[in-house]
Design a protein. Structure first.
Length: 470
């Protein structure tokens, strides 16, 4: 459902009681949590009991299961997920009564009012980078509010209401939400075409990031990963526009440079140099080069804000990840099982590279669930090619989410493109059959990784159960 953004967004404390339609999602639950923590009256509904709801109920938030007009109660404002259908009874009731109806982006903007917003944007790595920046700032003595698209394992929450004027926010470009926030400063991790179901063309997608930069405060600044062509182009354009830009990466000429990178199993380390001066060593407890780039971007943001390198680096070293981003689900029968939100070819490639480092002498057994019909239609072949970095691949059918199914688009398109021998690739359309197929292929010492933005996250625990019975 597309809800227009109002021209003027009221601060959260002027919205009256707020009811969230889709409160169980990562985005809306974060906004609701911050409002509730500030003592504002909130409630919500969702069609499933998600992992975010117990923490909200502990704060006294009424969370209904199922949608019903009666759940709106005496609310004055509705904040609505983009996944809501046009015939949602709660939205229809709000419109009948003339209540204020806001999209997620406006709801987040309302809780960020009058704070210095630090927005984290990019095609890939937003959630991890937002989490890294939050943990770094907390370790440096700040107490920011934050809203992340996944649960920080260090805090057990995806959002908190801090006491200072900083607000760290994951800025989602998928539906244009990041154009609403008016941040003081921003990180852009990378820019590579995605969400073309919304933007239509690659050119329009890139233009959206140009427009995003224009929303930053003129006295603020932009951090870009210079190793990424799209982010580097954005940085150059921003500098030509007279904006302050800090670039990070391994490339020559960046402002904050990563040197002597070592990837060692589930950890990584490097040295950090700024404008020719060696600042010190950065150690991370998460695997993969792409996560080192995310950490460097968070570090650059913290340094530019005036925090000390050692404090920020200590926070980054203590970062243990976010839910569904190379998340270790457990180990059984000598097999480690990870879960990842990766759903774009670049993300798949990055997490499989990390899984390879974790596996060491073992093999990588990957299960992938394509997400969205439109994305699979456009990127299906590239997804399959990226999956070729694994040793064994199981592909599920498409998780259609907010779109209608298309018989001509299925997971078979992805499976057929995997550049492995036929006996190392399987298309298993029924998710119920996937755990047994993965267990059949896995050996002691292997890493099993489930990939996708849909409900494939449920497969890992079942794999562990079956391995335990082996």
């Amino acid at each position: 459902m597309r809800i227009p953004v109002p021209e003027h967004i009221l601060p959260a404390d002027q919205l009256g009681r707020v009811h969230f339609v889709g409160i169980g999602g990562a985005g809306l639950s974060a906004i609701a949590r911050i409002m509730a923590a500030r003592g504002l009256p909130v409630s919500g509904s969702d069609d499933q009991d998600t992992p975010f709801l117990p923490a909200l109920r502990e704060l006294g938030v009424t969370c209904h299961l199922g949608y019903d007009a009666a759940h709106v109660g005496d609310a004055e404002t509705l904040v609505v997920t983009t996944a809501a259908r046009e015939d949602n009874p709660e939205v229809l009731e709000a419109r009948r009564r003339g209540l204020r109806v806001l999209p997620r982006s406006a709801g987040l903007a309302a809780v960020m009012a009058d704070q210095r917003v630090l927005a984290v944007a990019g095609t890939h790595g937003k959630t991890t980078t937002t989490g890294l920046l939050t943990c770094a700032l907390l370790a440096a003595g700040a107490d920011p509010s934050y809203a992340v698209g996944g649960v920080l394992t260090s805090t057990g929450r995806n959002a908190d209401a801090g006491t200072d004027d900083l607000f760290v926010a994951e800025a989602d470009e998928s539906d244009g939400a990041f154009l609403v926030y008016r941040p003081h400063a921003a990180v852009v991790t990378n820019v590579e075409a995605d969400h073309l179901d919304n933007w239509g063309t690659e050119e329009a997608y890139h233009q959206a990031f140009d427009d995003f930069v224009q929303t930053l405060d003129r006295d603020g600044f932009l951090v870009c990963v210079g190793d990424d062509a799209g982010a580097a182009r954005l940085a150059e354009a921003a500098r030509l526009d007279g904006r302050e830009v800090v670039t990070v990466g391994e490339s020559d000429g960046v402002d904050l440079r990563i040197l002597d990178l070592v990837l060692d199993g589930t950890t990584s380390r490097c040295r950090i140099q700024r404008d020719g001066e060696m600042l010190g060593e950065l150690r991370l407890g998460i695997p993969g080069r792409h996560y080192v780039l995310d950490a460097a971007a968070a570090l650059a943001m913290g340094l530019r804000l005036g925090f000390a390198f050692d404090d920020l680096a200590g926070g980054l070293a203590g970062f243990t990840g976010t839910g569904r981003r190379m998340e270790l689900k457990g180990e059984a029968a000598g097999v480690r099982v990870y879960d990842s939100y990766a759903h774009h070819p670049v993300e798949i490639a990055g997490d499989l590279q990390a899984a390879r480092a974790v596996a060491g002498e073992g093999r990588v057994v990957a299960a992938f669930q394509p997400h969205l019909v439109s994305r699979t239609r456009i990127f299906g072949e590239q997804m399959g090619i990226a999956l070729g970095a694994a040793d064994e691949v199981v592909v599920l059918d498409v998780y259609v989410a907010r779109e209608d199914p298309d018989p001509s688009v299925s997971g078979a398109t992805v499976a057929d493109a995997v550049p492995l021998a036929a006996d190392h690739v399987a298309f298993v359309p029924d998710q119920a059959d996937v755990p047994a197929e993965l267990v059949r292929r896995a050996r002691p010492g292997d890493v099993v990784i489930t990939l996708g933005a849909g409900d494939i996250t449920a497969v890992g625990p079942r794999v562990l159960d079956l391995l335990g019975e082996r």
